[in-house]
Design a protein around this ligand. Sequence first.
Ligand SMILES: C[S@@+](CC[C@H](N)C(=O)[O-])C[C@H]1O[C@@H](n2cnc3c(N)ncnc32)[C@H](O)[C@@H]1O
Length: 263
Amino acid sequence: MSGFIELFMTKFSAPALGEARQTGDGSWTLAHPDHAEWYHSADGALAEAKSLYVESSGILGDFQRGTPDAETVRVLDVGLGLGYNALATIDAWLRCGSRGRLEILSLENNDALFEAMRSGEAPWQVGWDPQWTGAVKNLDLVSDGLWQATIAGSGGGELLWRVFLGDALSDHATGLVVRSGPFDYVWQDPFSPEKNPGMWGLEWFSAITPGVRPDGCLMTYSVARTVRDALETAGWRIEKIPTTTRKKNWLKAFRLARPGDPK
Ligand SMILES: C[S@@+](CC[C@H](N)C(=O)[O-])C[C@H]1O[C@@H](n2cnc3c(N)ncnc32)[C@H](O)[C@@H]1O
């Protein structure tokens, strides 16, 4: 560890949030203070955000083709955590000309983690692009538990990033998800099904499914049998896809059309 980073880590470390660890691509993550599970793959926190969520989902292709001005792309970011998935999505949109409208709704229940992220000086934010720290510092409280920031794109588009701070499993959160849709993409990224089972069960997937458009895409790192079963029962078609890491597969799921869907 360089002297600078050592000094930085000492000054800003927040033991209650968990120990900061550097991943294989140089980006930083945390180990959860209670169950010690890392927030990201050891191969790379940033690489996972880009490769699993932004690239493998197809949203990058949408951005590259250029979203028509009148069209809105909506992303449900489950488990904001350290912010990588949301910010990698924002970054891709900005780099691809930022046309049309992008809306991201992030869900997170760890207040202290969110406060640390908003500071722009959290242990895992070492070396972050100033545009990323600028975006998190711009999040303002707009109503009970709801934070938001808007970003104007150079291509004339607008981005609305909202963060709901509270339990994703609450009626309040799932109601917000359904009202904020229809989502085109879901980044399903809670802790593992063993450590965070409620966020991978049939109840959870059934609650969010009405907020996702038919053929909407859900990406996740877990290919556990219980997760696949719950998704299929909730009305999703699943595919195992190859990864860009040492792990063999990630999961890509598509929300099946059902009676009552808008034509
Ligand atoms: C693996 S981390 C997410 C990493 C994150 N996607 C990123 O890009 O940095 C899982 C996150 O899900 C959050 N989480 C777990 N259960 C939750 C719940 N019931 N409601 C809201 N957030 C939850 C945790 O607090 C944690 O921050």
